[in-house]
Design a protein around this ligand. Structure first.
Ligand code: ZN
Length: 319
């Protein structure tokens, strides 16, 4: 493993934005975020999955202002645990805290049979339509999970008249991808772009001005030996995209960071071309638990964990 000194002297650093990270699921995120800065990450879009996850995501973003930007969401995997009044509670929480959110996500559809068994396609579509309506009402971009539901997800996004969306970790059909691009929407590349056939094809087919980088951490990646990802692994996404596109990393970094800045309306200073300062910053550790949060009790976090297992934690979900 490289020491900090070796990192500073051997790695080329670019300004990078991790556009999709589950920071609320990471242990020791303080040291992980320090490492992310050392690798050149200048911003992280932290997505939420449900009530508990949204609260934690907001807390983390308050601890790291201008570095962690929160998105509030309701992941389709959580829907099997929720009745309709709990779904209403989830949506109310998102709306009550919408001014603090840079985007709505992670939201979407998942037609994997293990998920559909617990939450029907119709129920998923009904909830997604309501979340998209919120996004349209407050003019927020959306971060979408669309496994095996690519066409239906795009249809709902277009029906809701959504202007800004990213289809994260896209592995769907080329025909849907073409319509996503023509709709002005984005696709993001994970570290699976190093080896995952469908994802590599999607990245190749996406024009550079519609491509973002992400980690979807703490997903486990790799063929054979797997590793648990963190935002610092965005450099793997960067390297894979550069290789697939036949471009140098600097060009890919510059373009994808600019794209992310536009999609999420981030402060332009974040994407400024000046090289990042390579040192460990002293970060505020003031805990501001609950501040500005309107508490609203919905489903149980413990129950929700059971549905996390089918896919997000491993790249097998995109086979
Ligand atoms: Zn995710």
């Amino acid at each position: 493993m490289l020491s900090k000194h070796a990192l500073k002297s051997n790695l080329k650093l670019y300004n990078l934005i991790d556009t999709h990270a589950h920071l609320d699921e990471l242990q020791n995120f303080d040291s992980i975020l320090d490492n992310a800065r050392e690798r050149g990450i200048v911003a992280i879009i932290a997505v939420g999955s449900d009530y508990q996850s949204n609260i934690k995501t907001l807390e983390i973003s308050q601890k790291y202002p201008s570095f962690v930007f929160p998105a509030l969401g309701l992941h389709p995997w959580q829907l099997g645990e929720l009745n309709s009044s709990q779904v209403n509670g989830e949506l109310e929480f998102i709306e009550q805290n919408i001014t603090q959110a840079i985007a709505i996500g992670e939201i979407g559809l998942d037609y994997d049979k293990r998920v559909v068994k617990r939450a029907s396609k119709e129920f998923q579509k009904e909830v997604l339509a309501r979340l998209l309506e919120l996004a349209r009402k407050y003019d927020k971009p959306v971060s979408l999970h669309t496994r095996y539901a690519w066409r239906d997800a795009l249809q709902l996004v277009q029906d809701a008249d959504i202007g800004k969306a990213v289809f994260h970790w896209f592995t769907g059909f080329s025909s849907v991808l073409r319509d996503i691009i023509n709709g002005g929407y984005y696709v993001s590349a994970t570290p699976a772009a190093e080896y995952h056939e469908e994802h590599r094809r999607a990245v190749k087919e996406t024009p550079m001005d519609k491509l973002l980088l992400e980690t979807d951490c703490p997903v486990y990646y790799g063929r054979g030996t797997k590793y648990q990802s963190a935002p610092g692994d965005i450099t793997r996404s960067l390297g894979a995209v550069a290789q697939l596109k036949g471009l140098d990393e600097a060009t890919v970094a510059e373009q994808t960071t600019r794209n992310a800045t536009v999609l999420f309306s981030l402060p332009s200073v974040i994407a400024s071309p000046s090289p990042p300062v390579i040192l460990t910053l002293t970060l505020s550790v003031t805990k501001r638990k609950g501040k500005n949060l309107k508490m609203l009790r919905t489903g149980s976090a413990k129950q929700s964990q059971s549905l996390l297992n089918p896919g997000r934690r491993s790249d097998d979900n995109n086979k």
